[in-house]
Ligand binder design. Structure first.
Ligand SMILES: CSCCC(=O)C(=O)COP(=O)(O)O
Ligand SMILES: [Zn+2]
Length: 212
């Protein structure tokens, strides 16, 4: 911590490095098209490190990661945080154990969000890969991933999400026609969850195709 900033700027730089490396990999996988997607990590008990809005996620530098408080207000900078900052900070505010939130726009995530929007959820059951989620010990567990209607009003979207947050072992959700949010206690866990969601959604899409 220094005299002028209410967070540790060295820690912000450290998290920026971890974010940039991981985001670049997700970008190269094709999950962040056209400046979409946003990413964050908990900086301390009042602040998060998050991507600046509108940046090409395959070409981020340290200057593209900024600090915000848990109300989404920039702290120690005059940059514009992700338009979806509130969806990240609501999770850090509510769950002290959450350390990382990843939001991507892959084709599978987006198509699945449209197909399952009418049901309001996607159901996973019988997949060995469900054990990739923290707390799941068997393929027999039933996982229900919420699908929310999209809106440009982040306060409204955050309120919809808030209504599902009581569920134990919720590690992500879809937004209709938009993409996926996934999180974990640290970057490694959030990525594992994100990749597991991507795989399971691809399986569900394939199952629909072969059943037609
Ligand atoms: C061009 S993508 C539309 C906005 C979006 O969904 C997204 O994930 C990126 O927004 P940000 O403000 O974080 O760049
Ligand atoms: Zn988005």
């Amino acid at each position: 911590m220094n005299d002028t900033l209410p967070y540790d700027s060295q820690q912000l730089r450290h998290l920026a490095g971890e974010l940039i490396t991981n985001i670049r990999e997700l970008g190269h996988a094709g999950w962040t098209p056209a400046t979409s997607s946003n990413f964050s990590m908990r900086l301390d008990d009042k602040h998060a490190a998050i991507t600046v809005s509108g940046r090409n996620k395959t070409k981020l530098t340290e200057a593209d990661i900024m600090a915000v408080d848990f109300n989404g207000v920039p702290v120690g900078n005059d940059l514009r945080p992700s338009a979806e900052t509130l969806l990240h900070t609501q999770l850090y505010k509510r769950f002290p154990e959450i350390g990382c939130v990843l939001h991507t726009h892959s084709i599978n995530q987006t198509v699945a969000s449209r197909l399952f929007a009418a049901d309001g959820k996607v159901r996973f059951e019988g997949y060995e890969l469900q054990k990739a989620f923290h707390g799941n010990t068997t393929h027999d567990d039933v996982m229900e991933v919420p699908v929310y209607p999209n809106t440009q009003d982040m306060t409204e979207l955050a309120a919809q999400v808030e209504s599902s947050l009581d569920k134990q072992s919720l590690w992500g959700y879809l937004i209709d026609g938009h993409g996926l949010y996934a999180w974990g206690r640290d970057m490694a866990e959030a990525r594992r969850h994100l990749e597991a969601f991507e795989f399971l959604l691809a399986c569900e899409l394939k199952m629909r195709e072969v059943r037609r």
